[in-house]
Design a protein around this ligand. Structure first.
Ligand code: ZN
Length: 639
């Protein structure tokens, strides 16, 4: 069975299951995938056309002038990411509207491409800089990288067409231009590396892998000028295999790391793989937000130092979250270790699920864990500054995040389950129909039924099996102490942080149930995260919660509240049937007046005696859907 999905390594502990093998049926991910098809894709198309970014390519195709070109130097990449999203969507749902966009834009690209395979609307015409004159900021290889990823999606989901032919010609051009005897240089924004590695996997063309490896190995030699934010901004400060942690621009660093894993797997470079694993471990241990978001600084859009994780100043760009899932998924496939799937799950449920508004027509760019001011609604028909926060905006001057969200949601089926020689593994509980082939051509089918992440019951019913034994594995998250698994009426403990495994000669109708404990819980930050020392957060299952000012009683100041942790947070369901997704906590407010002329004093602030019970907290991903509000994930703990 062909694997239709974003990454398909030729070896590793696990094999991916494509979106043709895993169909999301119901629950929050199926709903988001439908929202993506129904609202996000048309929304992105409308805005990308309105911004003139497709017209840039149409004008180039028609032999038109450079004058009047719209958008930033990398705007072509948004057309390509949207093409990738449409390619997954066409493969997933068979939507003829998606095929029409791909056919139209593919023909335009074919006409716009230079005879030697080069394509970019920002360079090379009279009035523009010559091609390949600005590797630091020009983004030419970055843009062609995204085009190649779109081509991989189309090739896997459909087969040869205009888009795929354009992509092959561009990749051949890049190999000639930048190969061992070509220009010894790299692109300021990694992306071409991960794209060429995957195009190798999709086509078998060894040259693409060799070029991907060359680009990865060239990093850290100081081939680019020093950026205002340092060499690490361009991922050019240290060779990939010698780095010890991710630093610099978070999206660039994680796209490059994803490529390094791909190259390591395909070239049997265990040293390179081990280096990325070490970088990942330290980054997760010291540079990752509770939501899975990464990138502590707006300056340079970069990782901070270890434990520099301010909630209010967090950049935590959506694209960095998506890149983090790309990397974690690759490391999961390479090693089979549950920790990678767990980070992907955390990042998807908290950082990525909240990127989009409930109606699918507005997006976050940065994702801070604290909103100090309620902010104002963005103009509905204008481009927003990209790091605008407070409320989601319809489109941005740099609009990388909406199209990245769109391609991720359209291909999300490929991040639910994996397989190995022994059987199938459920990595992310979601309502889904799964059908795949095990070694020896054995077809197996299962149906996953669950209300996760609201409920902890994950039921798996076998729908197809040949009677010979195979193993069903279900991942148990590390927070799930007390989980149990019941197979054919026999219940046993399912230790957290591992896979609950049941192996037997399955018959259609057999059922396995994983029960995950879903009581809300306190989560305390490491004291070295100075910015949130003395605070506490609330989690429930994989979800991080937040308190919004719109849920705080009149006369109470969200920023003066301190929560009482003597008893655990409770499900709001018991007290508030209107908000089954909420949890409640108790808190007391510190006294004080807004009129204080100096915000420091010789004594600790006094606490009022009034206890506020049943203060509502909602999932972080659902924030900012009820108008402007202040918001906090971490709340001070009452002494
Ligand atoms: Zn972005």
């Amino acid at each position: 069975m062909k694997m239709i999905g974003p990454t398909d390594p030729s070896r590793g502990a696990l094999r991916p299951l494509g979106l043709n093998e895993v169909k999301l049926t119901d629950g929050i991910w199926a709903e988001r995938q439908r929202l993506n098809a129904r609202a996000v894709l048309p929304h992105c198309t409308t805005w990308i056309e309105r911004a003139g970014w497709v017209d840039n390519v149409r004008v180039l195709a028609a032999g038109g002038p450079a004058a009047g070109r719209k958008g930033r130097e990398f705007s072509d990449s948004e057309v390509y990411k949207l093409l990738e999203a449409y390619s997954w969507e066409a493969a997933r749902s068979g939507d003829p509207a998606a095929d029409r966009v791909i056919a139209e834009w593919g023909a335009v690209l074919a006409a716009a491409q230079s005879p030697d395979g080069y394509i970019d609307t920002n360079f090379g015409r009279p009035g523009q800089a010559a091609r390949y004159t600005d590797f630091e900021w020009g983004h030419e290889l970055y843009c062609m990288g995204h085009m190649i990823q779109a081509g991989v999606a189309r090739l896997r989901g459909h087969g040869e067409d205009d888009l795929v032919r354009v992509v092959r010609r561009a990749a051949d051009h890049i190999c000639t231009e930048f190969g061992p005897n070509g220009r010894n240089v790299i692109c300021g924004h990694p992306e071409i590396e991960v794209a060429l590695a995957e195009l190798y996997r999709a086509t078998g063309e060894e040259r693409y892998l060799a070029q991907a490896r060359l680009f990865v190995e060239r990093r850290g030699a100081g081939l680019l000028a020093i950026a205002p934010f340092g060499r690490e901004y361009f991922c050019d400060h240290v060779p990939v295999r010698r780095a010890t942690v991710f630093e610099g621009h978070a999206v660039r660093a994680l796209y490059l790391a994803s490529a390094a894993v791909d190259v390591a797997i395909e070239t049997h470079d265990d040293e390179l793989l081990a280096a990325v694993v070490k970088q990942w471990q330290r980054t997760v241990a010291a540079r990752t937000y509770l939501t899975g978001g990464v990138g502590s600084r707006h300056e340079g859009e970069s990782f901070g130092d270890d434990f520099e994780l301010p909630p209010d100043g967090a950049y935590a760009e959506n694209c960095a979250s998506i890149a983090s899932v790309m990397l974690a998924w690759r490391l999961l496939l390479a090693t089979g270790e549950a920790q990678y799937a767990e980070l992907a799950e955390r990042t998807l449920h908290n950082a990525i699920a909240g990127a989009v508004a409930a109606d699918g027509h507005a997006f976050f760019y940065s994702n801070p864990l604290q909103q100090r001011t309620a902010g104002a609604p963005p103009a509905p028909d204008a481009l927003s500054p990209r790091a605008a926060t407070g409320l989601r905006a319809p489109w941005f001057e740099v609009s990388c995040c909406p199209t990245n969200f769109a391609r991720t949601m359209a291909s999300l089926g490929a991040y639910i389950a994996t397989k190995d020689d022994a059987g199938v593994r459920i990595e992310l509980p979601a309502g889904a129909d799964i059908r795949t082939e095990l070694p020896g051509g054995r077809t197996v089918g299962l149906r996953v039924t669950t209300g996760y992440p609201w409920q902890g019951r994950v039921g798996v019913k076998i729908t197809e099996s040949d009677g010979a034994p195979w193993r069903l594995s279900m991942r148990v998250p590390s927070w799930a102490t007390g989980a149990t698994v019941t197979a054919l009426g026999q219940r046993r403990d399912a230790p957290p942080g591992q896979y609950a495994q049941v192996e037997r000669p399955w018959r259609p109708g057999d059922e396995v149930v994983l029960e995950l404990p879903m009581a809300p819980r306190w989560t305390f930050p490491d004291p070295r995260i100075d910015a949130v020392r003395g605070t506490v957060a609330v989690e429930r299952g994989p979800l991080v919660y937040c308190m919004e000012s719109v849920d705080v009683p009149a006369g109470v100041d969200l920023d003066r509240l301190a929560v009482l942790t003597s008893s655990p947070p409770t499900d709001a369901l018991a007290t508030d049937p209107s908000a089954p997704q909420a949890v409640t906590v108790s808190a007391i407010a510190s006294s004080g007046t807004d009129a204080s002329p100096w915000p420091y004093a010789a004594e600790r602030p006094a606490l009022s005696t009034a206890i506020h019970n049943a203060l509502r907290m909602i999932p972080f991903f659902a924030r900012a859907n009820r108008g402007p509000a202040r918001m906090r994930v971490f709340l001070p703990e009452s002494p």
